[in-house]
Design a protein around this ligand. Structure first.
Ligand SMILES: CC(C)(COP(=O)(O)OP(=O)(O)OC[C@H]1O[C@@H](n2cnc3c(N)ncnc32)[C@H](O)[C@@H]1O)[C@@H](O)C(=O)NCCC(=O)NCCS
Ligand SMILES: Nc1ncnc2c1ncn2[C@@H]1O[C@H](COP(=O)(O)OP(=O)(O)OP(=O)(O)O)[C@@H](O)[C@H]1O
Length: 200
């Protein structure tokens, strides 16, 4: 069974991913893959430099993510352009990794895809799990974790579907508004239920 793990920025997907992995459930991370496919020498890297120019590179040749983030979260057309370059590669690698996990005997695999709904990737998964925290909490957690000011955090929030809409479309919701312990209990319960569903 393939599950999509999604939510909004800073709602707690990485937190839930860590809890799933502790229970031996493989989680394939789209953000991580999106970092790997833009490393120097990769085709997506070349396309990004060709389009955005060498100004977006650090002295060591890596992409300056802070700089590229400022550009794409301030301009929808530029963000779409970046998505067009990066997303097909991310999807390809995610598929490969999911097949590999299934080959290795996994019966439950999660794909952590922040933009699952925005990119209409529901067809890649059997069920969708949304990690939920309300917008005010997303803002507060982003400002603390990433040291963004209010405007930077708001721009990132506006680049995604509202979390309330994602919650409505979910098959399962993990409410991450309480303590980590409360979230962990919900993860535990979900894993138990999924294991029962896939049991022969
Ligand atoms: C713009 C970039 C360079 C900023 O890098 P940075 O290290 O600051 O952020 P990071 O990659 O860790 O992403 C953090 C979160 O931002 C949000 N986000 C990232 N890209 C996008 C996007 N194109 N549209 C909307 N939200 C996005 C997601 O919730 C993601 O979890 C980077 O996010 C990127 O290359 N984005 C394009 C690829 C993409 O869509 N990745 C997300 C899912 S595959
Ligand atoms: N239940 C919680 N209580 C307090 N803080 C939390 C809780 N869950 C997550 N956080 C904190 O909120 C921030 C966002 O969580 P996390 O990184 O898991 O979100 P994410 O959805 O993976 O983010 P992104 O979309 O940016 O990848 C982190 O700094 C994390 O430590």
């Amino acid at each position: 069974m393939i599950l999509g793990l999604t939510g909004g920025i800073a709602t707690g997907k990485s937190t839930v991913t860590a809890m799933l992995r502790e229970r031996g459930i493989p989680v394939i991370d789209a953000d991580q893959i999106a970092r790997e496919v833009v490393e120097p020498g990769k085709p997506a890297y070349e396309s990004i430099v060709r389009y955005f120019g060498e100004e977006i590179l650090l002295p060591d040749g890596q992409i300056d993510r802070a700089k590229l983030g400022e550009i794409v979260f301030s301009d929808e057309a530029e963000r779409q352009k970046l998505n067009t370059i990066v997303h097909p590669e991310v999807r390809r690698v995610m598929r490969e990794q999911a097949e590999e996990a299934e080959k290795n005997g996994a019966t439950i695999v999660f794909l952590d895809i922040p933009l699952l709904f925005e990119s209409r990737l529901q067809h890649m998964v059997d069920k969708v799990v949304v990690v939920y925290a309300p917008a005010e909490m997303q803002m507060a957690r982003m400002m603390e974790r990433d040291e963004f000011d209010e405007e930077q955090a708001e721009k990132r929030l506006r680049a995604q579907w509202p979390i309330e809409q994602k919650k409505e479309e979910a098959d399962f919701v993990i409410d991450n508004t309480g303590s980590r312990e409360e979230t962990e209990k919900q993860v535990e319960q979900l894993v138990r239920r999924l294991k029962a569903d896939v049991a022969p």
